[in-house]
Design a protein around this ligand. Structure first.
Ligand code: ZN
Length: 441
C-alpha cells in the first residue's frame, strides 16, 4: 500500500435526508439519516432478504463533516498518525457525506459490524448475489483502484442518475488506468506516503478559475482570479495580507468553490501582478507613502468597492450575495468595506488587528450591526489575538461574533490553514465552510 486516493464529496443538505426507522438499525435509539430514495430501495431489499431468512441492520449512514472529523481523529489515535487514512476518509472525502452510502451489519452477528469478518456472514453473501437488483454496490471491493482497504460492509446507492454519475464520473473511466499506474507503479519505491491523498477532480473544477482584471480609480490594473459560483450561490471576495499575493487564498478558494461558492481573489495594489498603472508607472507597496485611510492602504477599501462593482456588472452577481473577507490587513480592509456597505451579508476575518498601517477596526466595530462576523486567530500571534479579544469585548454582544481560537502557535492569517497534505483541507477551513453554510441559510 503506497498511496490512497480519496475523492471529495459534498455533504447532503439536511432537507434531502430522512430518518431510518428504528427497526432497521443496530441501535434503534440512534438518529441515522439517508436520502429518501436510498431508504426506499433499502427497505425493499430488506423485505426481499427477510423472505430468505437474512436480516440487515444499518450501522452508520449519513455523516456530517464534523462527525467525520471526530472519527478521523479517533482513527489516528487507534491506527497511528498518518495511517487512519487507509481505513477512513478525511472530512470532506467520505462517501458517507452524500447520504447515499451506509455500513451494513448482519442482525445476528453484531461482532462483525465494521469488521472484515462481515464477509463470512449470510448478509454479505446475500448482498453479493442480489444487492445489484436494488441498485446497491460495494464501494471498496478487494484491490479497488483507490487503494482503500477492502470494506465488505460499506455499500452505496447508484439507482439515480445523479448518484451513478457521482460515483462513476466519466473522467474516472478515462483516468482510472492512469491512476492505477500512478498508484501501483510510479510510487512503488516510496515508503507509505502517510497522507498522500489524490482525488479526481471533475473537469469543471480543475482549472476552474478565470483570470480577470479591473482598474482602480487612480489607474492601477488590479489582477485577480475568478471562480464562478454554482447557480445563485454566494460569492466571497478574499483579500491577502501585506506583502502577500492572491494565491495565499487559492486552496481555500478551490475548497469552497467545490461546494458551489463563487470566489474572487486578487492582488491588492502594489502587490503581485497589480503593480502596473495605466500611466506606465510601476509601484510596489514598499514605495507607498504614509499610512491611514488617505494612503494607498486606505485606497484598498475603494478598490474592494470596485471589485464588487466588477462582479455585479460583469459576472451578474447579486451584491446581497457578495461576502467579503481577508487575512491580516486584508481582514481590516474587508471589515471597513462591510461597515460602509449594508449589502454585505457577513464577514470572514483571519487575524484582524485593531490597526494595521492605520486601517483600524475598533473605531467602526458597532457599525457592522447584526451581521455575523467570523474571527479566527491563534494565541501566540499576540497582536492579532489581543485585538480579537478586544473586539469581542467591545462588541458587548451587539455583533454576532464567532471567535475561533486556533492553537497553531504564532500562525498569522492564512498560515492557520496549514494542511497535512495539499488536498486535505485543514480544520479551520472546514470550520469556516460549515459556519458559512450555517449563517448563509
Ligand atoms: Zn462506511
Amino acid at each position: 500500500m503506497n498511496l490512497v486516493l480519496h475523492k471529495p464529496y459534498k455533504a447532503a443538505p439536511d432537507k434531502d435526508l430522512v430518518r431510518v426507522p428504528g427497526e432497521y438499525l443496530r441501535d434503534s435509539s440512534r438518529a441515522i439519516l439517508m436520502r429518501q430514495d436510498v431508504l426506499e430501495s433499502f427497505v425493499s431489499m430488506c423485505n426481499a432478504a427477510k423472505k430468505e431468512g437474512v436480516e440487515f441492520v444499518v450501522v452508520s449512514a449519513h455523516r456530517t463533516l464534523s462527525r467525520q472529523q471526530e472519527l478521523f481523529l479517533e482513527g489516528e489515535k487507534r491506527h497511528g498518525k498518518g495511517r487512519a487514512i487507509l481505513w477512513l476518509a478525511p472530512p470532506g472525502y467520505s462517501e458517507h457525506h452524500t447520504g447515499l452510502a451506509f455500513d451494513l451489519g448482519d442482525r445476528s452477528c453484531p461482532q462483525y459490524d465494521d469488521e472484515p469478518g462481515f464477509e463470512t456472514t449470510a448478509a454479505f453473501s446475500w448482498l453479493n448475489q442480489r444487492a445489484q437488483e436494488f441498485q446497491f454496490e460495494l464501494s471498496f471491493p478487494k484491490n479497488n483502484w483507490q487503494k482503500i482497504s477492502y470494506e465488505p460492509w460499506h455499500w452505496r446507492y447508484v439507482g439515480s442518475s445523479s448518484a451513478y454519475e457521482l460515483f462513476h464520473p466519466s473522467l474516472i473511466h478515462r483516468c482510472s488506468s492512469l491512476m492505477r499506474a500512478v498508484a501501483m507503479g510510479l510510487f512503488k519505491s516510496f515508503a507509505i506516503l502517510s497522507l498522500a491523498i489524490f482525488f479526481i477532480q471533475n473537469p469543471a473544477y480543475s482549472e476552474s478559475f478565470e483570470k480577470v482584471s479591473f482598474e482602480s480609480a487612480d489607474g492601477y490594473k488590479i489582477v485577480g482570479k475568478w471562480f464562478a459560483p454554482r447557480g445563485s450561490k454566494t460569492t466571497l471576495i478574499l483579500l491577502h495580507g501585506v506583502g502577500a499575493v492572491k494565491e495565499e487564498w487559492q486552496s481555500f478558494a478551490e475548497f469552497v468553490h467545490a461546494s458551489g461558492y463563487g470566489v474572487l481573489i486578487y492582488d491588492m495594489r502594489g502587490h503581485g501582478e497589480s503593480v502596473f498603472k495605466v500611466s506606465g508607472e510601476t509601484v510596489e507597496f514598499p514605495l507607498f507613502y504614509g499610512v491611514g485611510l488617505d494612503s494607498d492602504w486606505g485606497k484598498m477599501i475603494q478598490d474592494l468597492a470596485l471589485a464588487v462593482d466588477f462582479l455585479r456588472a460583469n459576472k451578474k452577481c447579486d451584491p446581497k450575495k457578495i461576502v467579503v473577507g481577508g487575512a491580516s490587513i486584508g481582514a481590516n480592509i474587508a471589515f471597513r468595506y462591510a461597515v460602509q456597505n449594508k449589502d454585505v451579508p457577513y464577514v470572514i476575518l483571519l487575524s484582524a488587528g485593531v490597526n494595521y498601517r492605520g486601517i483600524q477596526t475598533d473605531d467602526l466595530l458597532l457599525g457592522l450591526g447584526p451581521r455575523p462576523m467570523l474571527l479566527a486567530v491563534s494565541p501566540e500571534d499576540t497582536f492579532a489575538y489581543q485585538s480579537a479579544l478586544y473586539l469581542v469585548k467591545l462588541s458587548a454582544g451587539k455583533i454576532p461574533i464567532t471567535l475561533y481560537v486556533e492553537n497553531l502557535g504564532a500562525a498569522h492569517g492564512v498560515q492557520m490553514f496549514k494542511r497535512m497534505s495539499a488536498q486535505a483541507p485543514s480544520t479551520l477551513e472546514i470550520k469556516i465552510l460549515q459556519w458559512m453554510q450555517k449563517v448563509g441559510k
